[in-house]
Write a protein that binds this ligand. Structure first.
Ligand code: COA
Ligand code: ZN
Length: 464
């Protein structure tokens, strides 16, 4: 069974704009451990004092997963990992010509000496060792095999084939990993696939097919530049498409993704496979009719499997079945004739506006049927006003807030308030989270929130 090394806490923290607190890291490490990943890469101990402090702390947690420190091929780095008492150390040193010549300014021979030296040191101090030839996929093949076999002879039990700039394609990566495996002494093989061309998950799956037994992932696919293999995408694709019976607690995926969304401020885009809001959302009448009859008509697997829910959108694309099912959710029944009238009105609204809100549907139903709907729809829109401390650069706060979940518009203003925000959220709990997140930003002095009761879309062609 393929192993997962999750590196959200190392590679993930290298994402632009991301930095975790020790508590956030600890919570995530425990979640990943409960989910069932085999290894958790926790960071370079010598990058910063807090990273070192976290590593020293997490090794004491006795997680089921191996705790992996990540270090350069520098003796001092390895010594620090040894001192932190991690289970395993991942020593990386790039092997491609461009990295050796222009970045490291090192000959191929010296690179081998450094790797052997560091691997041996870590091994002699009781650590399990992985060697990562960084930029392996752009490395001269014979040299790649030579340095990896030298690392294995020195005590490395895993080699990570790093597609550092994401230039692989599945069929090429398959051949490469297969040939690497055939030429290496017996060893575990990791694949570390970057997503520069959107091929990370496909390449990782090809790598596994070719004989790799461990894939590096991050939650929500975060990482340097455009990130690496997304945990949920890889695990679920392997489970469903490759028919692998994996040991992971898939139902936890939504919760883990939502947590990382919250602590990174990088929100999962709606069309993202599996974790995106749209992954199990159906809109057009033909699709919604099919899904309401049998979800597998338009879903490759059920949302419950990954802790999510199905959503049916009703707007101008809706047909009778979707509208009836939406009305039924609110305890409203309608005759065939009234249903057609309601649909007609919904389509009119849908032609005029980008979004048909549930309140619109209920308004229409009330008018057509002459009854009052008793249930209050979900979804809450709010306007928030913020006052900042005098010395604070307003734009630095705006930058932090503008990507927060639910924030649709943000204005920096003159007058008593410094910033105003228009936010649209699923429920009051989400609104509350947004307010808490904003209040926790240093420099935010006060917030005041107004809940929107009714919206009037476009006025004279301008959005209001
Ligand atoms: N093994 C050995 N040396 C390496 C290396 C490796 N795998 N990768 C890079 N280096 C060298 C570079 O050649 C450069 O050396 P030079 O200064 O002699 O030219 C140095 O490491 C990196 O440059 P710089 O960041 O300016 O060095 P620094 O000594 O000030 O800081 C770190 C080193 C590691 C503490 C710092 O870069 C850092 O905090 N990095 C964050 C972690 C990181 O970069 N991770 C990447 C993982 S893929
Ligand atoms: Zn990487």
């Amino acid at each position: 069974m393929v192993k997962i090394l999750d590196t959200t806490l190392r590679e993930g923290e290298q994402t632009a704009g991301v930095s975790f607190t020790i508590n956030e890291k600890m919570t995530l490490a425990k979640m990943l451990d409960d989910f069932g990943v085999d290894m958790i890469e926790v960071g370079h101990p010598n990058v910063s004092p807090k990273i070192e402090e976290f590593i020293r702390k997490v090794v004491k947690e006795n997680l089921k997963a191996d705790v992996v420190g990540h270090v350069r091929a520098v003796k001092g780095d390895v010594e620090m990992a040894v001192d932190c008492e991690v289970d395993r150390v991942a020593i990386f040193l790039a092997t491609s010509n461009v990295h050796l010549k222009d970045k490291l300014k090192m000959t191929k021979e010296v690179a081998i000496e450094k790797v052997v030296d560091c691997v041996q040191y870590a091994k002699d101090h009781g650590l399990k060792v992985r060697y990562t030839p960084e930029d392996a996929t752009r490395t001269d093949f014979n040299y790649l095999i030579e340095i990896c076999n030298a690392a294995i002879d020195a005590g490395a039990d895993r080699i990570s084939v790093a597609d550092t700039v994401g230039v692989m394609q599945p069929h090429i990566f398959y051949d490469l990993v297969k040939t690497i495996k055939a030429n290496l002494k017996p060893v575990g093989i990791d694949v570390h696939c970057h997503n520069d061309f959107g091929l990370a998950v496909a390449n990782a799956m090809a790598g596994v097919r070719a004989g790799a037994d461990c894939v590096h992932t991050t939650v929500n696919g975060i990482g340097e530049r455009t990130g690496i293999v997304d945990l949920s995408n890889f695990v679920v694709a392997t489970h469903i498409l490759d028919n692998e019976n994996l040991k992971y607690d898939l139902k936890m995926l939504k919760q883990i993704s939502a947590y990382v969304e919250k602590i990174t401020g990088i929100y999962v885009y709606p069309l993202m496979p599996i974790m995106g809001d749209n992954a199990f959302t159906h809109k057009s009448g033909v699709h919604t009719d099919g899904v309401l009859k049998n979800p597998s008509t338009y879903e490759p697997f059920s949302p419950e499997m990954v802790g999510k829910e199905r959503k049916i959108i009703v707007d101008k694309f809706a047909g009778r079945r979707a509208v009836m099912s939406k009305l039924n959710q609110y305890g409203i029944e309608a005759s065939d004739e009234d249903l057609l009238k309601i649909i007609h009105e919904i389509k009119k609204v849908g032609d005029e506006r980008k979004i048909v809100h549930e309140t619109d549907i209920l308004d229409i139903a009330e008018k057509v049927l002459g009854v009052k709907a008793v249930t209050i729809p979900t979804g809450v829109d709010a306007v928030l006003f913020l006052r900042l401390e005098a010395h604070i650069y307003t734009t630095s706060i705006s930058r932090k807030i503008k990507n927060m979940k639910g924030v649709e518009k943000l204005y920096e203003m003159s007058g008593d308030e410094d910033i105003s925000i228009y936010a649209s959220l699923k429920n009051v709990a989400e609104l509350n989270n947004l307010i808490e997140d904003i209040r926790s930003i240093p420099g935010v002095l006060a917030t005041s929130t107004r809940v929107v009761l009714k919206k009037y879309g476009e006025v004279n062609g301008n959005s209001c």
